[in-house]
Design a protein. Structure first.
Length: 318
């Protein structure tokens, strides 16, 4: 099967599978298997690996839906809100900095659920959210973006050696998000994989940088790319190994004609994974000079990798 066949097949399955829809704390949203409080889509393969009760025939049973809702359907508690009698879980908003983030200080609409090693996106405003752009300002995630991230995550996992972040489930909480003056359906996604970004090693000007070497060594060790000599970490050699992983992705993107579309240090995996894949763009198999729906100078297919090289340069110099 070609990448395009895989993509369109996955896209069709995604839609056919839709059933219905610093406080570091989030509150569980009550609800069961219904349109307003349910699971819209489930990645049965990943859910099974995580220990959820997935039926052998890969269907979204009431038991599985209840487990996914209980585990992942959360909303961030903002100032002045009370949890009441609802269960409270602790999420951790990861702090990072990169281009096109506005004045946000990291994950403005998501947090990490450590007990499941899963990132929940679209849960509302976190303590790291500021004014920012309209897409992240209210902490919501458009349903169409949630679907695209799930589909492209599966596509990228299959065609890129470094893999990608994968969506475990798309959850409906009966909410909407404002888009271009109108309202659109919103969703929450539970995502696993590719937890580290180059932006985790970037700080704003004037901030303390003393912890970055230690953090870099930890991340490199977790990723299995740390280079040592006589037991001592070699930062430059380790960074070169990471850059080789980054450089391995663009040729495959050109081969399969799948671009990211909005690369920055804050939405790419540190070890070459595809992250925030809602920005991915499939250019079609017969378009020699396909352009994305964008007015930017680098919107021509293939030119995206020029700014990617600059991003890698910034990453190396960080």
């Amino acid at each position: 099967m070609t990448a395009h066949t895989v993509f369109y097949a996955a896209y069709a399955r995604a839609f056919s599978s839709i059933r219905r829809s610093r406080s570091t704390h989030a509150v569980a949203v009550p609800g069961g298997p219904s349109f307003q409080r349910g699971v819209l889509w489930c990645n049965f393969e990943v859910a099974r690996q995580m220990g959820f009760s997935v039926p052998r025939e890969n269907r979204l049973s009431r038991r599985l839906e209840r487990q996914l809702v209980d585990a992942f359907s959360c909303r961030a508690i903002e100032a002045g809100q009370a949890a009441g009698r609802r269960a409270v879980v602790t999420l951790h908003c990861d702090r990072y900095y990169g281009s096109a983030m506005g004045d946000h200080a990291g994950s403005a609409r998501g947090g990490i659920l450590l007990s499941k090693n899963v990132f929940l996106k679209g849960i509302g405003r976190t303590p790291l959210a500021s004014v920012g752009g309209p897409r992240h300002r209210d902490g919501g995630l458009q349903l169409v973006h949630a679907i695209a991230e799930a589909v492209y995550g599966e596509l990228a996992t299959r065609i890129f050696s470094a893999g990608a972040a994968r969506v475990v489930a798309i959850l409906d909480q009966g909410r909407t998000v404002e888009v271009d003056g109108g309202l659109a359906r919103a969703a929450v996604i539970a995502r696993c994989g590719a937890p580290y970004r180059p932006a985790h090693l970037v700080r704003q000007l004037g901030e303390d940088l003393s912890d970055l070497p230690t953090l870099f060594v930890k991340l490199a060790r977790y990723g299995g790319v740390l280079v040592t000599r006589d037991g001592r970490p070699q930062l430059a050699d380790t960074m070169r190994r990471i850059l080789r992983l980054q450089a391995a992705r663009p040729p495959r993107q050109v081969r399969w004609r799948v671009l990211h579309g909005a690369l920055s240090t804050s939405n790419m995996g540190l070890f070459g994974e595809m992250l925030d894949a809602v920005a991915d763009d499939d250019t079609g198999p017969h378009c020699a000079d396909a352009r994305r729906a964008s007015t930017t100078r680098d919107a021509v297919f293939g030119r995206e990798h020029s700014p990617e090289c600059r991003t890698c340069t910034r990453c190396f110099c960080a």
